[in-house]
Design a protein around this ligand. Structure first.
Ligand code: NOJ
Length: 741
């Protein structure tokens, strides 16, 4: 059949295999699984491949037949559940599985723990702007501890989808536009969730999603088609998924989108050739929600049975929700369309992960900890405050920040006291009533009598008398903290936008408050990059706070007061306007580059009335102090292939404040076999410097990190000349050269 002819398979073989060796622990798990499989009926095996959500005690199959949930577990026709909130219910269901099903195989419970469980850390895009891998790992560790004490074994995170398109609302859940940084972030989060021991009762299985290339939907519209060359995929999109797998992620989720014309959930090249044969993944793949069945809507499967057949043969282990696997699996095997050998393989991979989680050993150990003892620990809240402060990015500042000699502060805007919005999308077990808002934190920091609050406007609609009240507040104050941006409902899944400016009602509020003549600091709450030309032009400072999580308010107070110094750097370019999107620093050069922005020659790769460059580039972020970068030295002007390029740079804190900065190293491969990006991040270091202090930052870049996809699709580095830049953002000007021999 045509659809099974995967032309790409042949090409992929050329790419070098990076398959890691199976660990002893994995070998043991498979040994156990294989023994168990010998005892299982076909229906029981298929049960392990089926995940359901529960609705009022029933699970509903694609045949429309409601099955009693408890009965389904007793019969072994369900292996997993997602999104059950009650620990007692999970324990009850597990008890049925263990005590009343024929073989007592434990269930695995999954949940979307995305940027925290109870304590919400900043949304992932924001958190990535900290460039602090230890912090991201620790945040995931805290999330895992809170999660396991609820009885949950598995999170559907990290989202490893690279995206440079702020129209796509799900950018909030990723780490931005860069594959190198994205890979580091993905690995850190996996380490945080899984720790050193997956079987421990406070670690959870990670899930690398959405495999693959979900972050590149056409026109930024969620679930839309993805079409790109394999070369682009390998260069730009694959690295974070790969890094998460190398960090040991136990599971993967297939994406909703099609990829090179084949829906991911039925795409054998993705699920088998690349994931298993090339990358050596030994865990299991769960589909995204109903994604197996959605092959029918994609128009590549005739019906649910055909959809299950294709997904099983593609090597997708677990059907999330719809039920095509359990409904049609038996018939597919009987008719010889799916072999029992295939079912055994799919099943053993699920069982092995359950084994590695320790569920066969003690199916009730997760959740034995008292949740109240683990949730909202004060030291973890303090940590969330630090992560939020490190994530916030100062875009502009005419000197108004940090606030000095300020007696009265007006706190204005729809996000100033919005406990639900500040924790963002995908909050799992987050609770708005635990949020500390900007208003309460500024009152705490400056004394309640010195703070005047006016909401001023809703997100999209003016409120009656709102502007007048805000202007009155501004007039009584020395400075206005104006919290603008997007509500939590305008970030995350299914929130694509074609306008990415601050909504008009809020722009009117900014205009009115500005007219009061008082200094205005815009605090921009958002899960995506936005067109902020208007705010930057009108406000005295713009600080991107993201949706900063439970402790957003105190983090804002720390920064505006100068108790802490902003240190976040953008991981996603802020476009000049939506028409440029997707715009990212690592675009290709083209045969007609417009090197000089002033250059207005016609036949160059440029817009007629708009710059090519984003308003704020990747890596950008201001501080209250000034860091000077000097003395770039290429310590290894000539390096053998396989060696390490060493580059040092001196950084001096020339300002009056202590501060943290992120030194970033970019390279360009000057002549390559295939077209290369203008610049590529290949190293970074976050550091602290006291006012007046200097330090030398040394980067070590293994030449293997300079690998790229060649004409034959092999991924390798090769000899040649390179340019290197080091500085505070992707426009860094301090430069040098090196050669790989
Ligand atoms: C759909 C989302 O795309 C995915 O990220 C999530 O994990 C699943 N639903 C389960 O909630």
């Amino acid at each position: 059949m045509k659809r099974f002819l995967f032309a790409l398979t042949a090409l992929a073989v050329v790419a070098c295999s990076t398959a890691p060796k199976m660990s002893q622990e994995e070998k043991e798990a498979f040994k156990f699984a294989d023994k168990l499989i010998e005892k299982m009926t076909l229906q029981e095996k298929l049960g392990q491949l089926q995940q359901f959500v529960t609705k009022k005690g029933d699970v509903t199959g694609p045949d429309g037949v409601k099955r009693n949930l408890d009965e389904a577990i007793r019969q072994g026709t369900v292996g997993s559940f997602l999104s059950i909130r009650s620990k007692e219910e999970m324990l009850r269901l597990q008890k049925i599985a263990i005590e009343e099903s024929r073989l007592g195989i434990p269930l695995i419970f999954g949940f979307d723990i995305i940027h925290g469980c109870r304590i919400q850390f900043p949304e992932n895009l924001g958190a990535s702007c900290s460039w602090d891998m230890e912090a991201l790992e620790h945040a995931a560790r805290i999330a895992a501890e809170e999660t396991t004490s609820l009885g949950i074994h598995w999170t559907f995170s990290p989202m490893c989808d690279i995206s440079a398109d702020p129209r796509w609302g799900r950018v909030s859940e990723g780490a931005g536009e860069d594959p190198y940084l994205g890979a580091k972030v993905a690995a850190a989060i996996v380490r945080g969730y899984q720790g050193d021991d997956l079987a421990s009762d406070n670690t959870i299985a990670a899930c690398v999603k959405h495999f693959a290339a979900y972050g590149a939907p056409q026109a930024g519209r969620d679930y839309h088609t993805v079409d790109m060359s394999e070369m682009m995929f390998r260069d730009r999109y694959l690295p974070p998924y790969k890094a998460a797998l190398e960090a040991g992620a136990a599971t993967v989720m297939s994406s909703f989108n099609d990829f090179m014309g084949i829906p991911a959930s039925g795409n054998k090249w993705l699920m088998h050739t690349l994931l298993r044969e090339e990358l050596g993944f030994t865990g299991f793949v769960v589909s995204d929600y109903n994604a197996v069945h959605e092959q029918v809507k994609h128009g590549t499967a005739a019906d649910g049975k055909d959809a299950a057949c294709q997904a099983m043969n593609a090597h997708l282990n677990m059907d999330m929700v719809y039920g095509d696997y359990i409904t049609h699996g038996e018939a597919l095997v009987k008719e010889g369309k799916v072999s029992e050998k295939t079912i055994n393989q799919l099943c053993r991979e699920v069982l092995a992960v359950k084994y590695r989680l320790g569920l066969f050993d003690d199916p009730f150990k997760y959740g034995r900890q008292n949740h109240e003892d683990v949730a909202y620990r004060p030291e973890n809240l303090q940590f969330a405050r630090e992560v939020a402060a490190k994530s916030m990015v100062l875009l502009s500042n005419n000197g108004v920040l940090p606030l000095k000699n300020v007696k009265k502060i007006a706190v204005v805007g729809p996000l100033a006291d919005a406990p639900r919005d500040q924790i963002g999308a995908w909050i799992s077990f987050g609770e708005a009533d635990h949020s500390v808002t900007t208003l309460s934190a500024i009152k705490e920091r400056y004394g309640a009598p010195n703070v005047i609050y006016a909401k001023g406007s809703d997100f999209h609609k003016p409120i009656k008398g709102g502007i007048e009240e805000a202007v009155r507040a501004a007039k009584q104050a020395d400075v206005v903290l104006l919290s603008l941006g997007l509500p939590y409902t305008e970030g995350g899944e299914a929130t694509s936008l074609t306008e990415i400016t601050v909504p008009e009602a809020q722009q009117a509020l900014l205009d009115a408050v500005k007219k009061s003549g008082k200094r205005v600091v815009v605090l921009l709450g958002t899960g995506r990059a936005m067109d902020v030309r208007n705010e930057v032009e009108k406000a005295d400072a713009v600080l991107v706070t993201w949706h900063g999580g439970t402790m957003e308010g105190p983090a804002i107070a720390d920064l505006v007061s100068g108790d802490k110094n902003p240190s976040g750097h953008l991981t996603m370019s802020f476009p000049y306007c939506v028409g440029q999107c997707p715009v990212h620093y690592n675009m290709k050069i083209t045969g007609r580059p417009r090197n000089n922005p002033q250059h207005d020659k016609k036949y160059l790769s440029r817009y007629m009335h708009t710059p090519n460059e984003p308003l704020f580039p990747f890596g950008y972020g201001l501080s209250y102090t000034e860091f000077e970068y000097s003395d770039l030295q290429v310590l290894t002007p000539e390096v053998e292939l396989g060696g390490v390029v060493k580059i040092s740079v001196k950084v001096t804190n020339k300002g009056k404040y202590d501060g943290d900065d992120v030194a970033q190293l970019y390279i360009r491969d000057l002549v390559a076999e295939t077209t290369r990006p203008m610049r590529e991040l290949k190293g970074f270091e976050r550091f602290s410097l006291k006012a007046g202090e200097s330090k030398v930052v040394t980067f070590e870049v293994p030449t293997s990190d300079l690998a790229y996809c060649h004409r034959d699709l092999s991924f390798k580095a090769d000899a040649g000349a390179f340019k290197v830049w080091v500085g505070e953002d992707s426009n860094a000007t301090l430069e040098g050269d090196f050669t790989i021999k």
